[in-house]
Design a binder for this molecule. Structure first.
Ligand code: NDP
Length: 326
């Protein structure tokens, strides 16, 4: 038997709680992993609370990511004792996930843990941090280099935002952090933000074109914030959009695209190919300041995960929540 955060939906309603389950409860897959750490991402909050229909199979172990050690493998690429990390692929949505002491998954979904990262650090990064890296890589492919100008990061206190600030500042960019929690300015400056602005500057309906402020943008917020970020991006600049914390809508005009030639990159972490994932994890292992990563990380136990799911949707979580499932 092992412990898992089980999501159930039946005539008694939608509920999540920690239960003892056995290996027979695990779905099919070539690799059995002894999970060491998982995390609480925004999507985990949606799954745990049922606020959005992200879970599509019941009962299901929550957790869209995990890091751990291979316990059994039917795939030549992974052997017992290998350290692995998993993000996405519908795990924690349609396939039982990482908020559990064991997970069984397809070998294709696993990434070998890069040298230099512990399983705890991998989950301090988690899906949010790996997505922040995907955003940075998209901006770099666009041609962004340090010194080109201010880079805006929205949702700054969140998981994606905190890691994006840490990465970009560490790479030498001048980062402007947009937040609704300006009282956390010292924390954001500690991560490397050169300037902190109130998200109210960006979150209300704005003009089709604004003053050219940003060389590039990492946006985890969507809605008017994303529209205004595009309207304020400098000629030829780029915006990487990965989230919807403000809203799923995108009330924008084509003006920044056709008059300033800006580019909007859509970032998906869930179905990203291994050829995209592996370099992202390698770059995280190489470029992320681990002392700063530690500063954005709070560790909780599996028993705290249900409350944490509510907290993250309410915008009460700062940085990253790592879950020690053992
Ligand atoms: P968090 O909850 O940790 O961060 C979201 C942040 O957004 C909050 O901390 C807050 O920052 C800001 N925010 C919250 N509500 C609002 C609002 N109404 N208006 C403006 N800003 C708001 O979540 P994550 O960092 O884990 O995820 C961020 C987003 O990215 C989510 O929408 C998530 O679904 C998405 N995501 C997408 C992925 C993909 O593959 N595309 C992968 C991972 C995440 P502050 O308090 O500083 O204002």
């Amino acid at each position: 038997m092992f412990k898992a955060l089980v999501i159930e939906k039946d005539e008694a309603g939608y509920r999540a709680g920690v239960r003892a389950v056995d290996d027979a409860a695990l779905p099919a897959g070539e690799v059995l992993v002894r999970v060491e750490y998982s995390t609480i991402n925004y999507k985990d909050g949606l799954a745990i609370t049922g606020k959005s229909p992200v879970v599509r199979s019941f009962p299901l172990h929550a957790g869209i990511d995990f890091a751990g050690v291979v316990e059994a493998s039917e795939d030549a690429r992974f052997k017992v004792g290998d350290r692995v990390v998993l993000n996405g692929w519908g795990v924690g949505e349609s396939h039982s996930g990482g908020l559990a002491q064991k997970a069984r998954v397809k070998a294709d979904w696993l990434v070998p843990l890069p040298e230099g990262l512990t399983t705890r650090q991998a989950m301090a990064i988690g899906t949010a941090g790996y997505t922040a890296m995907l955003c940075v890589l998209a901006l770099e492919r666009h041609g962004l280099l340090p010194g080109m100008g201010d880079v805006l990061v929205t949702g700054a206190n969140g998981g994606v935002g905190s890691v994006a600030i840490t990465l970009l500042a560490g790479l030498g960019h001048r980062v402007v952090a947009s937040t609704g929690r300006t009282g956390e300015a010292a924390y954001l400056q500690g991560l490397g933000a050169a300037e902190v602005i109130d998200r109210a500057e960006l979150s209300a309906p704005g003009k089709p074109l604004g003053k050219e402020r940003w060389a590039a943008v990492v946006d985890s917020v969507g809605s008017h914030t994303l529209a205004n970020a595009c309207a304020q991006t400098r000629y030829g600049g780029a915006v990487a959009a990965c989230g919807l914390a403000q809203g799923l809508d995108f009330p924008a005009s084509v003006a920044p695209f056709i008059l300033r030639g800006i580019t909007l990159y859509g970032i998906d972490s869930v179905m990203a190919k291994p050829s995209v994932r592996m370099p992202a994890w390698e770059r995280l292992a190489r470029d992320l300041d681990l002392a700063r990563l530690d500063a954005i990380t709070t560790e909780i136990g599996l028993g705290d995960a249900v409350q944490a799911g509510t907290d993250i949707l309410a915008g009460r979580v700062r940085g990253r929540l790592v879950v020690d499932v053992n």
